[in-house]
Design a protein around this ligand. Sequence first.
Ligand code: IMP
Ligand code: MG
Length: 177
Amino acid sequence: MYEDIKSVLIPQGEIEAKVRELAERINNDYRGKSVLMICILRGAVVFYAELIKRLNLDIRMDFMAVSSYGENSESSGEIKINKDLSQPIKGLDVIIVEDIIDSGRTLSNLKRLLATREPSSIKVCSLLDKPSRRVVEFEADYLGFVVPDEFVVGYGMDYAERYRNIPEVCILKPEVL
Ligand code: IMP
Ligand code: MG
């Protein structure tokens, strides 16, 4: 696996510290509340698991798998739900947990879709952001790191479903892509 890695972009220690910091902010912002933590499968799984362990809140878990229609649908604002939530979210405080914001399509479409289900509030927590690649305006409420325009893997993120188990955020060798 590591033979395909060019370099480590964010080492384990830095990720751990950032996850603690994000959890602390969420703990402060939601003190005394119940929160539905929504994990976007599959890339956010590792980040999500580490994050929720550090929340001292009454949380519930749910999972969603989505894909955006990509390049051909820049303006159509559509998103494909591959796996939906297991419950209605009307009246709930929800936080969407995602691995990375790239073009911004996935999260802006997903947030708009979930808003139609009338949650009491909806925020987004993303580990990474690649703002240089943005097509649709979007900003996370809780953000870990801004990263350069390089394809990253590890800590849950994949290239062709590989490398998700690498415990740090790495840059792939360009010849692998
Ligand atoms: P967006 O709709 O373009 O913002 O796409 C976000 C999704 O693309 C993320 O949830 C990731 O699954 C994927 N993605 C974007 N950049 C990377 C990357 O550098 N490594 C791995 N997955 C990425
Ligand atoms: Mg993803």
